[in-house]
Design a protein around this ligand. Structure first.
Ligand code: AMP
Ligand code: MG
Length: 416
């Protein structure tokens, strides 16, 4: 079997590209305090108004001196001290040194710091038994960030260490894109909220809580629209309400061609389907399209219809919806890198779709390899829970035998 035997399936990279091409990123911005900026997206580049560090300073506890004065015989006179926050005011002249602590400003005249372990200190002078190289143990002004240099591009998602960097530049407020609003709902007559007792044939709605939690990692505004029965009028009404409040609607269930799979038809009536079958496993039925907002003729929102099976819902969210939402939110980002390692498990696979099998990347005796997390059925959520990576098996590839090389993509912070 080749990919042509599954006609109408869109390869994953093309699906991602089509969504990117269709979606224009948000343009509305706001100024917020740095304290609230974690996981927001910069709407303008940031240039440094300062050198970091601001002064030449010491990388060690020791003594600041003129390198030309070093000799193992002649002692250097200690003329004062420079502490972090309390610089030495005078100048280091010939035959002199200043006691200095890590982070303290290098006094005028000095060009080198000798670490304290390499000197014998007496009350008023030191003798150096292991001379430093010229300029040793000095961190130079602007060594980390030079004044006027570009620190972050527009479109950067602000991480915890970025907050540190921006703090070191004295930046208390940043301009970011407004957060996108995402409405989430589940469809299915069998679904019950967690607070209800299950009757025969019922299951708990696990996709909606999962999606809401996944979206909180993305730091978007989430609107929870609950569970909707398999009833075309109710689903249509739910989509209409959802798109009035949100930029994006994500539903799960009802996108395949089963009897109760109304989602696709409703989307055709209320907006437009861009595509609804992707050559991936899990997750073949996946609908992407636009929903027209009723109260504004030109405005539209985006719709992502995920398959109902819990693993399919998670994997299609992570592989397809997430890059689309990051793009919509104004983020500029690179695709996740893959590493090529040996699998220690045989992997079932048919050519025709890209598989996102769940695995554990392991390190043993200095070598990385991957093993499967067992049943890859799209209903078995433990295959994701126990995994730390995808084993991405190419569309055209068939079954994989233990010992063969495979591409592995580690789970990221948006998933685990
Ligand atoms: P569907 O895509 O609606 O045909 O659903 C496929 C499978 O996923 C069925 O076994 C459903 O019961 C299950 N399913 C659908 N929606 C959910 C949900 N929100 N939480 C858990 N399982 C679901
Ligand atoms: Mg269903």
């Amino acid at each position: 079997m080749d990919c042509c035997s599954q006609p109408g399936l869109l390869p994953v990279d093309q699906a991602i590209r089509q969504m990117r091409d269709a979606i224009t990123p948000v343009s509305t911005t706001e100024k917020i305090s740095l304290a609230n900026a974690l996981d927001r997206i910069l709407s303008e580049p940031i240039y440094s108004a300062l050198n970091v560090p601001g002064n030449n300073n010491s990388a060690m506890d020791g003594y600041a001196l003129r390198h030309q004065d070093i000799s193992t015989e002649t002692p250097l006179t200690i003329i004062g001290q420079s502490l972090a926050g309390h610089p030495f005011k005078g100048r280091v002249n010939q035959g002199e040194c200043v006691r200095i602590m890590t982070g303290a400003v290098i006094p005028e005249g000095a060009d080198t710091v000798v670490m304290q372990e390499n000197v014998r200190a007496h009350n008023e002078f030191i003798q150096i038994h292991k001379p430093p190289k010229p300029g040793e143990n000095i961190r130079y002004a602007g060594e980390d960030i030079a004044i006027d240099s570009l620190v972050f591009q527009q479109g950067k998602r602000i991480s915890p260490v970025d907050i540190g960097m921006l703090s070191s530049l004295g930046i208390a407020e940043v301009c970011v894109f407004k957060r996108i609003k995402v409405a989430v709902l589940s469809t299915g007559d069998e679904l019950k909220p967690l607070t209800e007792k299950l009757q025969a044939g019922d299951i708990y709605d696990s996709n909606r809580p999962t999606l809401i939690a996944l979206l909180s990692r993305l730091n978007v505004e989430v609107i929870d629209l609950g569970c909707i029965a398999d009833n075309p009028e109710k689903i249509a009404a739910a989509f209409t309400t959802a798109i009035e409040q949100a930029d994006v609607v994500i539903s799960s269930g009802g996108v395949s061609v089963g009897d109760a799979d109304y989602t696709k038809d409703i989307l055709e009536t209320l907006g437009k389907i861009n595509f609804w079958k992707v050559a991936m496993k899990p997750g073949k039925p996946f609908a992407f399209g636009a929903l027209q907002k009723q109260n504004a003729t030109s405005a539209k929102g985006w719709f992502f219809g995920l398959p109902g099976n819990p693993v399919s819902a998670v994997v299609t969210y992570h592989q397809l919806v997430l890059p689309a939402l990051r793009h919509l939110a104004g983020e500029i980002f690179d695709a996740a890198p893959a590493i090529n390692v040996c699998t220690q498990s045989n992997l079932k696979k048919q050519p025709g779709r890209t598989d996102y099998q769940r695995g554990q990347l392991r390190l043993e005796n200095g070598e990385s390899h991957v093993i499967t997390t067992g049943s890859q059925s799209s209903g078995v959520l433990s295959s994701v829970v126990q995994a730390n990576c995808y084993i991405v098996v190419e569309q055209e590839r068939g079954a994989v035998t233990a010992g063969e090389k495979v591409n592995v993509v580690l789970f990221d912070k948006f998933l685990t």
